[in-house]
Design a protein around this ligand. Structure first.
Ligand SMILES: Cc1cc2nc3c(=O)[nH]c(=O)nc-3n(C[C@H](O)[C@H](O)[C@H](O)COP(=O)(O)O)c2cc1C
Length: 339
């Protein structure tokens, strides 16, 4: 990594993954860094002003390096007709939770304003998912001393990221919790196992490679480091951390023996993501259209209603395949089990 902060220098080669939508807090990011790894502020769904506040709050909590993760804008895959049809299919959930449907709007998650926040506040690392910055944006960030990381799910995307000029890539395998970073929002996510994808990426690109997806134990971390990764990025492993903002419903479901598996679904957001297999997915997966972020906004109030009702079967409970092995405690305690 020739530019700025070097991921190879972490005392513990573990990145606390950005987790937008609640789990990522300034406290989680700062604790990840203070425990010897690298913590991330997640920009997804926030306004640019709220992002700036979160970065400032994390900076107050640690003097170490911080990463910030942005959702790259993507073309809308939604059609009016498909969204209307899905809205009608969600009527039983509207009734069940006494909630309205949300407005299925398109936006680019305030991309340009967030790039300006990065240039202004200069976190040590900026990572991207769902796509890449432009070559010019990448250069501006690098010129500002920010190390850039592209999230990729295939060798094709890894090469696109390096062509764009990123300083490192984060290879996300199929076991990962939350949204897949796949650039094409309507493509079937790559099912190639992380071990294969990592080996192919390490052989093909000249920048440092981070490995993510289904990693929850010290053995998992050690395996990817031995295979050539410079760090392991873990999300699910930190969902029960004291410093995480995971909702009580999310925390309880992750520890409920009745949930036995995760599945990949587009029913909540119109884009593939992995979470606990629940009723909403069973009832709506077949009807759900592609269309991120429109479907995300359409189902938002329903999901909030389910959380208010304490019902893990009406909301997205993002988790990777390793969720059965995670533990609660402080980030420092969890990090100590991984080092
Ligand atoms: C609740 C949750 C939210 C996530 N949000 C983001 C995000 O905002 N940006 C991002 O790049 N990745 C996000 N991810 C994916 C992580 O960066 C990472 O790839 C994934 O957690 C690795 O798999 P694991 O969960 O099995 O550790 C999220 C994952 C989870 C579980």
């Amino acid at each position: 990594m020739p530019n700025g902060f070097d991921l190879r220098g972490l005392a513990v080669p573990v990145i606390v993954a950005p987790m937008a939508g609640g789990p990522s807090t300034p406290e989680l990011a700062a604790a990840g860094t203070d425990a010897g790894g690298l913590g991330f502020v997640a920009a997804g769904y926030l306004s640019a002003d709220a992002l700036a506040e979160r970065i400032a709050a994390a900076r107050q909590l640690t003097s170490g390096p911080l990463g910030v993760n942005l959702f790259a804008p993507q073309p809308s895959a939604a059609t009016r007709e498909a969204i209307d049809k899905y809205a009608a299919a969600l009527a039983p959930d509207v009734q069940r939770y006494g909630a309205e449907l949300g407005k299925p709007v398109y936006n680019d998650d305030a991309w340009e304003a967030k790039i300006e926040v990065l240039l202004d506040l200069r976190p040590e690392v900026a990572s991207f998912t769902f796509g890449l910055p432009s070559v010019e944006e990448c250069k501006r960030l690098r010129d500002a001393g920010i190390a850039t990381v592209g999230t990729v799910t295939s060798v094709y995307e890894a090469e696109a990221a390096t062509n764009c000029g990123v300083d490192a890539i984060a290879v996300q395998g199929p076991s990962a919790g939350g949204h897949r970073g796949t650039f094409d929002p309507v493509a079937e996510p790559n099912s190639q196992p992380l071990s294969e994808l990592l080996a192919a990426a390490v052989a093909r690109v000249s920048v440092p490679v981070v490995a993510a997806g289904g990693l929850v134990t010290a053995d998992d971390v050690e395996r990817v480091i031995e295979a050539g990764a410079v760090a392991a990025q873990l999300g699910t492993a930190f969902l029960l951390a004291d410093e995480a903002g995971s909702s009580p419903v999310h925390r309880a479901a992750l520890q409920d023996p009745k949930f036995t598996e995760t599945v990949v679904t587009k029913s909540f957001s119109g884009r593939y993501a992995r979470g606990l297999h629940n009723r909403f997915i069973d009832e709506h997966e077949a009807q759900a259209p592609f269309g991120y972020p429109e479907v995300h906004y359409l189902t938002g109030p329903l999901r909030a209603g389910a959380v208010r009702a304490g019902d893990p079967h009406g909301t997205n409970v993002w988790a990777g395949t390793g969720f059965k092995s995670i533990r609660s405690g402080s980030v420092a305690e969890i990090m100590a089990t991984l080092a």
